[in-house]
Design a binder for this molecule. Sequence first.
Ligand code: G1P
Length: 290
Amino acid sequence: MKTLRKAVIPVAGLGTRFLPATKAQPKEMLPLVDTPVIQYVVEEAIRAGIESIVLVTGRGKGAIENHFDVAYELEDTLRRRGKQEDLDLVRDITHLAQFAYVRQGEPLGLGHAVLCARHAVGDEPFALLLGDDVFDERDSALESLITAYQATGKSVVGVQEVPEEHVSRYGIVSGSSGSGTAWDVTAIVEKPRPEDAPSRWAVVGRYVLEPPVFEHLAALQPGVGGEYQLTDALAILAREGRLVAAPIPARRYDTGNKLDYLKANVEFALKREDLRSDFAAYLKDLVKGF
Ligand code: G1P
């Protein structure tokens, strides 16, 4: 059985949908309750057995590297003040995985970002996780893809069915026979108009990719929006019969979208033992006024 050790997470995006919050800090560091979005994504990868994380970063993203690194002054202060719990919380982050960083010098698209990780990944399959998509921690989103990868030996895209009016926000794959398990993708289109979409099955930010994808990425021409699109490289894998879609049975939050980001904060807070009852009481009281 092929094992998956590495994951790539592109974090070079400018986060313009969250200005002004993202003017001077990476969007990936925005918190859900008290933990940055990027940490949830890294932890999902670790839970699925990933040991090594390659972050494709860019200018202004230093806070992400610092977050996963030792914070000497902070740790020393917490130690001297006897704040063991906080110290453990901070230290544990540095032990989550092995981290490597590569830079994407120019914002040329997701396909280009993934290609930047080529030498760090080497000649082995890897998971790709997009930082805007966060899944409920109780479900194992990436694991559904790994199961499909191990069963088929082909590259995998994680998909969910979306309403017709949303298909133009996603890469859309050809639909399933309805069995509920992974299926062969015969076509994949980036952000189609609803009338051109092959189905309503959208790629939702989780992939397992075989190394030949790098060859296809290196040969890409600019696609939708003038960017190098990962979807165009995946379309070649689909034509070669080397791509499957795996449905992800998990609650998803698009934290790059303001409404979904707010919902995620509320729902993550309600899952927390230390906040649930007070916060639920507050919300019940609040909605009475509407
Ligand atoms: C990217 C991909 C798209 C995918 C989406 C998932 O688009 O290009 O195929 O469906 O992520 O979130 P973006 O959201 O970066 O525009």
